[in-house]
Write a protein that binds this ligand. Structure first.
Ligand SMILES: Cc1cc2nc3c(=O)[nH]c(=O)nc-3n(C[C@H](O)[C@H](O)[C@H](O)COP(=O)(O)O)c2cc1C
Length: 174
């Protein structure tokens, strides 16, 4: 074990490689309205509280989607299923697609807030942006969940672990 008695803490490469061992639920965070939408893949979405229903997600302010979050004051968290790896790649920026072009794959609806919801997501959470806390390169977005949309058929899940997408299937996965 490497110990770091100084105040700067662990090195960034050491931390990055440590985080590879955390399995993360893969979501697409979306923002905007048709004609002016964007989004990104994220593993940082987790619930903050149940009552009230709050969720947080950490967004890199250098990402191409960033300017839209403050402008629209909403976002959606779309939890992906086992068959959504292509959509995950697109929203991670692979292939160079940006903005609206990221929505060419999949069927997209609009939630109550106007944010884009993936029709066949495992679950889609439509959120009003309540607060934004800047820390280092990222901002922590706190969203109030306004609408929950759950897929009826079990299509499994998608996690990211040790640098690779891993489909999660259950005995009920169709
Ligand atoms: C598995 C995975 C998880 C990610 N999680 C986050 C995240 O939580 N927050 C974030 O800002 N970017 C995250 N990213 C990076 C973004 O999805 C994306 O690569 C980046 O925002 C693309 O930048 P662009 O929109 O400028 O092309 C993740 C990427 C991958 C592949």
């Amino acid at each position: 074990m490497v110990q770091h008695p100084d105040e700067t803490g662990a090195g960034s490469e050491e931390f990055r490689s440590a985080m590879r061992h955390f399995a993360g639920n893969v979501s697409v965070i979306t923002v905007g309205t048709p004609g002016n939408r964007s989004g990104l893949v994220a593993t940082s979405a987790v619930s903050l509280s149940v009552d009230p229903p709050l969720i947080i997600v950490c967004i890199n302010r250098d990402s191409s989607s960033w300017p839209l979050f403050a402008r629209f004051g909403h976002f959606a968290v779309n939890a992906l299923t086992a068959s959504h790896q292509e959509i995950a790649d697109r929203f991670a920026g692979r292939g160079g697609h940006r903005g609206e072009a990221r929505f060419e794959l999949g069927q997209w609806l609009q939630g109550q807030t106007g944010a884009p919801l993936l029709d066949d997501a495992a679950v889609a959470l439509d959120c009003r942006l309540e607060e934004c806390i800047d820390r280092a390169t990222h901002s922590i977005l706190i969203g109030r969940v306004m609408q929950v949309r759950v897929r009826e058929e079990d299509a499994g899940g998608l996690v990211y672990w040790r640098g690779t997408y891993r489909p999660l299937l259950s005995e009920n996965t169709g």
